[in-house]
Design a protein around this ligand. Structure first.
Ligand code: KG4
Ligand code: ZN
Length: 341
């Protein structure tokens, strides 16, 4: 079955064609980052309007890239939530309209399930069961995964998501949006050991996270340096490195706990922050203790993309799931509510 996947939950229009027999045939992405950067973050109304403009040209693009005709498309998968409602509605309306016109089924996909399954698109996919660390701009969750739709939430962030902490901290330090890649780039030239920041919530049991205090700690350190007349690029890099190390260590400590608690030795990391090289290295080192393996998607499929939605939708369609013609999206949507397949 050839599935067209549409992703519009935030500021990226992602479109892909996934074939259940042949794998991923084509994917295309338009990132709105440049348009939102001047505002220091995503402006929902601008995001929705831009998805409208990009969607059909991107669908034509993937069809051409795959050398496929639209009549070969057997179903459409679209992101139904969680995300920005206006942005989600563009993808959902487009998917339902095309599905109706072409007489094929449509299925709404959970954005975080898409992220979670993105490493399945790689050459060496993980096998169930595994622990998943979902780290995106909106979510930080540790999940035990026993199969598609068989999710047990082990822990989550009580305030800012990891990506959100990167973005907000970067903004406070005068760096452009999105902050994750900016901080990662600066951290590469930071001086190890100049600053050490706290590892929040690691001194007590449990698998929940809190990154909001770390953001404030980082701001205070940066402000103190600046007030003391040291706002050099090197100091900014040193602060960025200390922040990144604190986030990476905290995530690593909690992943170690989750693996011990579940008795598993397979870890999947997914979502935008899983593109972070320091995080990947730290987790790979930690998995050595368990003689286990870390799985992640190629960087392009860590952040939002259509391929993960086409893949997740395809699995659910193959299991007989599909939606009616109603256009329904959800801003909030706990992943544990998804049916198992
Ligand atoms: O998964 P994603 O594309 O969108 C959401 O579903 O939220 O994640 C975007 C987040 C942003 O907060 C961005 O700053 C962060 O992922 N991010 C990174 C890196 N690349 C993207 N954070 C840290 N290091 C990176 N290399
Ligand atoms: Zn995402």
């Amino acid at each position: 079955m050839l599935v067209l996947g549409l992703e519009t939950s935030c500021d990226e229009t992602g479109v892909a064609l996934y074939d259940s027999e042949r794998g991923l045939l084509a994917d295309a992405l338009f990132s709105q980052i440049e348009q939102h950067r001047v505002f220091g973050g995503v402006v929902p109304e601008l995001a929705s309007r831009d998805h409208v403009k990009r969607m059909l040209p991107l669908i034509r693009e993937v069809l051409a890239e795959a050398g496929a005709e639209r009549t070969q498309i057997g179903a459409i998968a679209y992101t139904a939530g969680p995300g920005l409602v206006g942005a989600l509605l563009v993808g959902a309306s487009c998917a339902q309209a095309l599905a109706f016109a072409w007489g094929i089924p449509a299925v709404g996909v959970h954005h975080m399930e898409g992220h979670l399954l993105a490493p399945m698109l790689e050459e060496q996919p993980p096998a169930f069961p595994f622990v998943a660390l979902l780290v995106s701009g909106g979510h930080t969750q540790l999940v035990r995964v026993d199969g598609i739709g068989r999710y047990q939430l082990l822990g989550e962030s009580l305030d800012d998501a990891a990506g959100e902490a990167f973005d907000k901290t970067a903004k406070l330090m005068g760096l452009p949006y999105p902050g994750g890649p900016e901080i990662a780039r600066l951290a590469e030239v930071g001086t190890p050991g100049r600053f050490t920041f706290p590892r929040p919530m690691t001194d007590r049991p449990g698998l929940d996270f809190s990154f909001s205090g770390l953001k404030t700690f980082t701001l205070n350190t940066w402000t103190q340096c600046r007030d003391a007349g040291d706002a050099s690029e090197q100091t900014r890099a040193d602060v960025a490195l200390a922040f990144q190390q604190a986030v990476v260590d905290t995530l690593t400590i909690k992943c170690r706990r989750a693996l011990k608690q579940t008795g598993l030795n397979s870890l999947v990391i997914a979502g935008g922050v899983s593109a972070n090289q320091a995080l990947r290295q730290s987790l790979e080192k930690m998995l050595g203790e368990f003689k286990g393996q870390v799985f992640y998607a190629r960087p392009r499929f860590c952040t939002d993309n259509g391929a993960m939605i086409a893949y997740a939708g395809c699995q659910r369609l193959l299991a007989g799931q599909q939606d009616g013609p109603a256009i329904g999206v959800q801003a909030r949507w706990p992943m544990e509510q998804l049916p198992a397949i």
